[in-house]
Design a protein around this ligand. Structure first.
Ligand code: ATP
Length: 247
């Protein structure tokens, strides 16, 4: 008998502006302690799926109109984003939305906005995050001056400050050099292994994502069209052709 997954998305439909149907019955499961990846072409609905889970859909006038989302057994579809953060889900948005005219430390503090455990615990966590991202420790100026890779690290570090159980990561490799992509993925695996953080990872870079994940889902036009263990997907001929560039 398998335990209930940490997160389950059950046949959800999502509509923007009351008329634009974008997700047409999406289901997926994320077990505790795993890295799961969501792949697919532009416009397939991957970001929308993450926003449905984090509640950020609301800020774009989107709504889950069918199906349900359960986190630790509790329904969370259409709940307020802040209440979802309090339950332990933190989304790192696409395009690393750090606050450019704040320092690294100030950005990190923002991640702790729902915590009530006091300044000392938060200072300790800032130190822990900076141990994971030693480059950021050296950057004392404004976050706007960080390189793209450093900003992505800061965005992930800010998520860590919320002490989440589940991080939703939207295209962490976007705009990064191959070397930095490797570095960011190595950090993702370390967070999973050492801190036990569960991750749901949206990626264009299918090779890196399937290398880090244990399980994957492939979306097209608002639906999941294929799923499987990461090794099985990497071996699949269609996945090889369309997502792994031949090889
Ligand atoms: P990408 O990799 O380009 O971000 P994606 O798979 O993440 O693609 P989504 O961003 O979820 O896809 O977009 C899915 C569809 O929903 C697209 O057709 C997009 O135009 C539409 N869409 C996204 N956000 C909104 C919005 N706020 N209002 C209306 N339509 C939207």
């Amino acid at each position: 008998a398998s335990a209930e997954p940490l997160l389950s998305v059950n046949n959800i439909e999502v509509i923007y502006d009351d008329v634009i149907l974008v997700l047409r019955g999406v289901s997926l499961a994320v077990p505790q302690g795993e890295i799961v990846t969501l792949l697919g072409p532009n416009g397939a609905g991957k970001s929308t799926t993450l926003k449905a889970i984090s509640g950020l859909l609301r800020t774009e006038n989107g709504k889950v109109t069918r199906g349900d989302i359960r986190f630790m057994g509790e329904p969370i579809a259409n709940a307020a984003p802040e209440s979802i953060v309090r339950r332990g889900i933190f989304q790192v948005m696409e395009g690393r939305r750090i606050v450019e005219d704040m320092t690294v430390i100030e950005n990190l503090r923002l991640g702790a906005f729902t915590r009530t455990d006091g300044a000392r615990a938060q200072r300790r966590d800032i130190d822990m995050v900076l141990d994971y991202f030693p480059r950021l420790r050296e950057r004392t100026g404004l976050a706007g001056y960080l390189s793209g890779g450093e900003q992505q690290m800061l965005a992930i570090g800010r998520a860590m400050m919320a002490r989440p159980r589940l991080i939703l990561l939207d295209e962490p490799s976007m705009g990064l050099s191959p070397l930095l992509v490797k570095e960011v993925f190595s950090i993702i695996r370390t967070l999973n292994r050492e801190l036990g953080i569960t991750l749901l990872l949206v990626e264009q870079n299918a090779r890196m994502a399937l290398g880090a994940a244990s399980f994957g889902y492939i979306m097209e036009s608002g639906k999941v069209v294929m799923d499987g263990s990461a090794p099985a997907l990497m071996d699949n001929e269609d996945v090889k052709e369309f997502y792994l560039g031949g090889g």
